[in-house]
Design a protein around this ligand. Structure first.
Ligand code: SAH
Ligand code: SF4
Ligand code: F3S
Length: 440
C-alpha cells in the first residue's frame, strides 16, 4: 500500500505554489498518495507563514494536535515548511521537539532526501538554506493543471520595510530565468490553463539577463508571456510601487489579456508613517504611479494592503489613509493591525497607540473600503461585461461564478461545463455582496 501525505497551507500565494510543488514531489518522486484526512497520513506537513504573530502561533497549536496523532503512531513524520521554518527553526526544536523535518521556502525541492534522512536517522533534519536557483531546477512539473495557475517568477525581497520578516524568511530578490518561466507557462497552457497568475513578493522587481546579455524586466516579460495566444488572462501579485518600468505601462496599453485590476499596496496614506515604515515612496509618488497606470488603462481598478496602528500612528495619520482610500477608490484590501515582529527594526519603535484604538481604526478602514466596493458593484448593474468562469458558485446551486477583468465576481446560471470559458454577460442585480448576471 502506498504511503499517504497530508499538507496544510497557511500564508500567501507563494506558499500555495510551493505546497503544490511539494505535492508533485510526493506523487511523482516519492510514490506517495494524497489524503485529506490527517488521521490517515504517514507524513504531515504544515507550510507556514510568519508575517504576523498570530499566524505564527497558529503553527504551534496545530503542531500540538499533530503530536497527539504521533503519540498514537510514532512512525508518523511531521514537517514544518515555509517562513516559520525559516525564521524560527530553533524555537520549533525547543517548543515542538517531535517535529522531524524543518524545511525553508527555498529548499522544498530537497524534500525527498530530507524525508529519507529523517526516517533513517530518526533525527530532526533542518534545511533552511537559500540556494534559490536550484529550487526551480529540481521541481517536477504539473501533470494536471487547472484553468487558472500560479507561476512564481521571482522570490524574496530586498526592500527591508521596517516591520516585515519576508526578507529574512525568503531571502533577497532573485528572478527565475526567462526560458524556465515560459516553459512552465507553456506546459500549463498545453494542459488547459487559461489564466496565469504571476507570483513574487515584489513581482515587478523581476529582472533577468539572458545568455545574449539582453536585459529582461517585468514589462518585457509580460510581452513574452502574452505571445502565447491561448492565455486568456494574465494577472500578477504583489507589485511594488517603486518597481514599475516603462514596458509595464506599455503592456497596459497593448495587452488586452492583462487584467484591468491591480493589487498595489500603499500600506499607509501618511508620508510620516511611510517614512517610518521605510517604504521608499511618498503618497505623491504612489499617486503618480496610479496616474500613469490609469493613463495607459483608463478602466483600471485597485486594491491594497494596509497596516493599521503602526507604532506612533496618530489619528491624523490614520485619516490621511482614509483620504487616499477614497481618492484611489480601492475596492478591496487586506488590512491588519500592525504586529511586532522580533528582529525587525520597527520592533524597537515606541508604540503608544492603544489596542482599542487600533481595532476601531481597522473596523473604520474596512467599512470605508466595503462601502466603496459596494458602490462600484452597484454602478455596473445594467452593464455588459466579460467574465472568465472559475467554478461552481458556493452560494447558488445552479450557478457558476466568474470574474470580470476588474476582478468583480459575477454569478450566472450554468454548470461546470462553463469553467474556463469567457462569457459575455449582462449584470442584473446585487444580492448582499454578490453580483448576479445573465449570459448574453
Ligand atoms: N511585498 C508586498 C507584500 C508582502 S507581505 C508589499 O510590500 O506590498 C503582505 C502584507 O502583510 C503586507 O503588504 C503588509 O500589509 C502585511 N504585513 C507585513 N508585515 C506586517 C506586520 N508586521 N504587521 C502587520 N501586517 C504586516
Ligand atoms: Fe515585506 Fe516590504 Fe518586502 Fe513587502 S516590500 S515583502 S512589506 S519588506
Ligand atoms: Fe507569510 Fe512568508 Fe508569504 S511570511 S505572507 S508565507 S512570504
Amino acid at each position: 500500500m502506498k504511503k499517504k501525505y497530508y499538507i496544510e497551507t497557511q500564508g500567501c500565494q507563494m506558499n500555495e505554489y510551493d505546497s503544490k510543488k511539494m505535492e508533485n514531489l510526493f506523487l511523482q518522486k516519492m510514490n506517495f498518495e494524497k489524503t485529506n484526512i490527517k488521521e490517515n497520513a504517514d507524513v504531515l506537513i504544515v507550510n507556514t507563514c510568519s508575517i504576523r504573530e498570530k499566524a505564527q502561533e497558529k503553527v504551534f497549536s496545530l503542531l500540538g494536535s499533530w503530536n497527539k496523532l504521533k503519540n498514537k503512531n510514532p512512525d508518523i513524520v511531521i514537517g514544518v515548511a515555509g517562513c516559520v521554518a525559516s525564521q524560527e527553526s530553533n524555537s520549533i526544536k525547543s517548543r515542538a521537539p517531535y517535529v522531524d523535518m524543518i524545511i525553508g521556502p527555498q529548499t522544498i525541492h530537497r524534500l525527498p532526501q530530507i524525508y529519507k534522512d529523517c526516517t533513517q536517522t530518526k533525527k530532526t533534519i533542518i534545511d533552511i538554506e537559500f540556494p534559490l536557483v536550484e529550487k526551480f531546477d529540481n521541481l517536477p512539473s504539473e501533470k494536471v493543471s487547472k484553468f487558472s495557475e500560479y507561476v512564481t517568477i521571482m522570490e524574496g525581497c530586498s526592500k527591508y520595510c521596517s516591520y516585515c520578516v519576508v526578507p529574512y524568511t525568503r531571502g533577497i530578490e532573485v528572478s527565475r530565468p526567462l526560458n524556465d518561466i515560459l516553459y512552465e507557462i507553456n506546459s500549463l497552457v498545453k494542459n488547459g490553463t487559461k489564466e496565469i497568475v504571476l507570483l513574487g513578493q515584489n513581482v515587478n522587481a523581476y529582472k533577468y539577463k539572458d545568455e545574449k546579455g539582453n536585459f529582461i524586466n517585468f514589462g518585457l516579460l509580460l510581452f513574452y508571456i502574452a505571445r502565447n495566444k491561448n492565455i486568456k488572462r494574465i494577472r500578477y501579485t504583489t507589485s511594488h510601487p517603486n518597481n514599475f518600468d516603462e514596458e509595464t505601462y506599455l503592456a497596459y496599453k497593448k495587452l488586452p489579456q492583462l487584467v484591468s485590476h491591480l493589487h498595489l499596496p500603499i500600506q499607509s496614506g501618511s508620508d510620516r508613517v511611510l517614512a517610518s515604515m521605510k517604504r521608499g515612496y511618498t503618497v505623491l509618488e504612489y499617486k503618480s504611479v496610479i496616474n500613469k497606470l490609469k493613463k495607459a488603462r483608463p478602466n483600471i481598478t485597485f486594491s491594497s494592503d494596509f497596516i493599521v496602528g503602526f507604532p506612533g500612528e496618530t489619528e491624523e495619520d490614520f485619516l490621511k489613509t482614509i483620504d487616499i482610500i477614497k481618492e484611489v477608490n480601492y475596492d478591496h484590501s487586506y488590512s491588519f493591525i500592525y504586529s511586532k515582529r522580533p528582529g525587525t527594526p520597527a520592533a524597537s519603535i515606541i508604540d503608544n497607540v492603544t489596542s482599542d484604538e487600533k481595532k476601531e481604526r481597522l473596523a473604520f478602514l474596512k467599512k470605508t473600503i466595503d462601502d466603496l466596493s459596494k458602490n462600484k458593484s452597484q454602478s455596473i448593474i445594467g452593464e455588459e461585461t466579460e467574465i472568465l468562469v472559475e467554478g461552481k458558485s458556493s452560494k447558488y446551486k445552479n450557478m457558476v461564478t466568474g470574474r470580470t477583468t476588474n476582478n468583480k465576481i459575477i454569478n450566472v446560471l450554468g454548470d461546470k461545463k462553463l469553467i474556463g470559458k469567457i462569457l459575455n454577460v449582462k449584470v442584473r442585480q446585487l444580492e448582499n455582496k454578490t453580483l448576479l448576471g445573465e449570459i448574453l
